[in-house]
Design a binder for this molecule. Structure first.
Ligand SMILES: [Fe+2]
Ligand SMILES: [Fe+2]
Length: 357
């Protein structure tokens, strides 16, 4: 219980959803800095802490940003106040703790995956509100943590696949397609950490162009008419325009965002390019996209189980996808985890953060 409570608070801080105390101060639960389960938690962030001073109707400083103050001393208070301008520091701290919880074996895989998935959803939610280079960089760290956890413990994939949620479809779909892309990438032989993160980023961002499509079309419960389809089909190019100048994304990731609706017999969109010229990342994302859409609840159709989804792809959607990748996806669900076993040199989620700092 305690752990879940801490995670919820961490996620709130991570998403910048803390309650304001006044315009200048925010309330922060102290369990963000003290944990009963996470012994390797990072040191207190360099910010000042305050408590309300009821007698004066103002606040009293507990610790200035450069003063030593033990995390334990904070346990005397259920919550402290921080300055509004320190929110981004707290956010970095929460991010570090959430992403590190992936490497923390004291929590069950279920809890680690659920927290990571929720953190990813929050990041993606912001990404769809503001697809800035900074938000894209933040989501890269989350994808790095998925790669780390999924590669270290292959059974985590099944745990993740089982988790259900009522989050808006596109966000959930983006995270799901990102995870499916990583797994499939690993299965077909990508071993390198940065390649897998690039593949995961392509899956996570594949539908980012939907920010440029009218919400009435995105959320329409029934089938789209011809004009609506025409607008919907713009999303790969809109997405490409959004991300094309982001320096932290690789060229193949960018191409996957543009090409994820190209098809085997040149029947897709936007450019109907020959299949042998479509990038491998794009093909991985294309199949992860379809598979995730079929196995997730949507407003007009219920989630299928993996077996039914694979059967439907084989019977009705085979013209859209790569034969070999389909075979490998079937193998994953048939329990062939070869190629998904732990990596010799596991990824450290923090590595990217250190580089960036
Ligand atoms: Fe798409
Ligand atoms: Fe999609």
């Amino acid at each position: 219980m305690q752990t879940q409570f801490e995670l919820t608070n961490l996620e709130k801080a991570f998403a910048g959803r803390l309650e304001p105390f006044t315009q200048e101060y925010y309330r922060v639960p102290t369990d963000l800095f003290i944990s009963k389960v996470d012994l390797k938690m990072p040191a207190l962030p360099g910010m000042a802490f305050f408590i309300p001073d009821a007698s004066k109707g103002s606040v009293k400083m507990l610790r200035d940003y450069d003063q030593p103050y033990s995390a334990l001393a904070l346990t005397a208070f259920p919550e402290v106040l921080i300055r509004a301008e320190d929110i981004s520091l707290l956010r970095q701290y929460a991010e570090q703790r959430i992403l590190n919880s992936g490497a923390q074996p004291s929590l069950s895989i279920e809890k680690r995956m659920e927290s990571l998935r929720r953190a990813a959803l929050l990041t993606v939610e912001e990404l769809f509100k503001d697809p800035s280079a900074e938000n894209i960089h933040r989501s890269r760290k989350v994808v790095g943590s998925f790669v780390y956890l999924l590669m270290k413990e292959p059974q985590a994939y099944m745990v993740l696949a089982r988790l259900s949620s009522h989050d808006p479809y596109t966000l959930q779909h983006s995270v799901g397609a990102g995870v499916n892309s990583i797994i499939l990438g690993k299965k077909v032989g990508f071993k390198n950490e940065s390649d897998l993160v690039d593949i995961g980023m392509a899956g996570l961002l594949h539908d980012i162009g939907k920010v440029g499509v009218k919400p009435e079309i995105i959320n329409k419960p029934g089938p789209l008419d011809e004009f609506e389809w025409e607008e919907m089909r713009q999303h790969p190019e809109i997405g490409y325009k959004i991300i094309k100048d982001v320096p932290t994304l690789s060229g193949v990731t960018k191409m996957a965002i543009l090409e994820h609706h190209e098809e085997k017999h040149m029947g897709g969109y936007p450019h109907r390019i020959p299949w042998d010229q479509v990038g491998l990342y794009s093909k991985i994302v294309a199949i992860a996209d379809i598979f995730n859409a079929l196995t997730t609840d949507r407003s007009y159709s219920q989630a299928r189980n993996p077996f039914d989804a694979l059967k439907l792809i084989k019977e009705k959607l085979f013209h859209k996808i790569d034969d070999f990748l389909f075979q490998e996806l079937v193998r994953i669900y048939a329990g062939d985890l070869q190629g998904l076993m732990p990596m010799e040199d596991p990824i450290v989620p923090n590595k990217d953060q250190k580089k960036a700092a």
